[in-house]
Write a new protein. Structure first.
Length: 243
């Protein structure tokens, strides 16, 4: 018997909040028991699989059996469940079934999900503890795979706005790049920054005279580190080359 269950589609994957802080929340991807039932029906047929539950060591286990027509026998895979916050027995039964189906390979690709962090989230706070607002829901909009690994993943919120991966506007990207350059300049000495200026003057084809007039100084030596660094950040606004 050669079983190769298909990968889960975006509509079959749900998002669960794992942790909430002042800065945002992390999400986990999961499937529910109905998805497992659906895929078992699709791949082996409604008459060719079964499940059973039993208590072992005080814990509820589920065994999922699939009929092997070649061996003419049932093949079983088993796993244990954990309690649900709502209905203890029902939660354990459902969780043990889902875990047993993971053993068969259903939804196993979810284990390759990246760390999902959402900073744009509606939160409520009580006694210093944060929780996601009940009105805030997250949905997998699209997902693609590279063999058995999640390749691309897009998650949206209740308003349909993409929250993972975070989309940065052009202004935000420019701001981030500028900040990075500012940090680099902060680590450099004045002679190093002046050397960068001289290279930029040559690269842009501008004359030293027009550059000095633009800066309001008579020589490079009159520039301090702060002035020189500020001019590097704004070098694209240098006056045109003198003719």
């Amino acid at each position: 018997m050669d079983l190769n269950f298909r990968k889960l589609q975006a509509s079959e994957i749900e998002c669960r909040v794992a942790k909430v802080t002042e800065k945002g929340c992390s999400l986990l991807l999961y499937k529910d028991a109905r998805v497992d039932q659906k895929l078992l029906d699709e791949h082996v047929g409604v008459m060719n699989w079964q499940r059973k539950h039993e208590i072992i060591g005080g814990n509820l286990y589920c065994s999922v059996g699939i009929y092997d027509p070649e061996k003419k026998e049932w093949i079983w895979k088993q796993d244990v469940g954990t309690e649900s916050n709502a209905e203890k027995e029902k939660g354990q039964a459902s969780d043990s079934f889902k875990r047993a189906c993971f053993n068969w390979g259903i939804g196993r690709e979810l284990y390759t999900a990246p760390f999902i962090w959402v900073s744009d989230v509606k939160k409520v706070s009580k006694n210093g503890k944060y929780a996601v607002s009940p009105s805030e829901k997250f949905t997998v909009k699209s997902i693609t795979y590279n063999e058995n690994m999640i390749d691309e993943l897009i998650i949206v919120n209740s308003a349909g706005r993409q929250v993972y991966p975070t989309i940065r506007s052009d202004k935000n990207e420019e701001k981030a790049e500028k900040k990075s350059l500012e940090e680099q300049l902060e680590e450099k000495t004045l002679p190093e920054i002046l050397k960068i200026l001289e290279e930029e003057i040559r690269r842009t084809g501008k004359s030293v005279k027009s550059f000095l007039n633009y800066c309001g100084v008579e020589s490079m030596d009159q520039l301090n580190k702060s002035q020189a660094g500020g001019i590097v950040l704004k070098y694209n606004s240098f006056p045109d080359k003198e003719r």
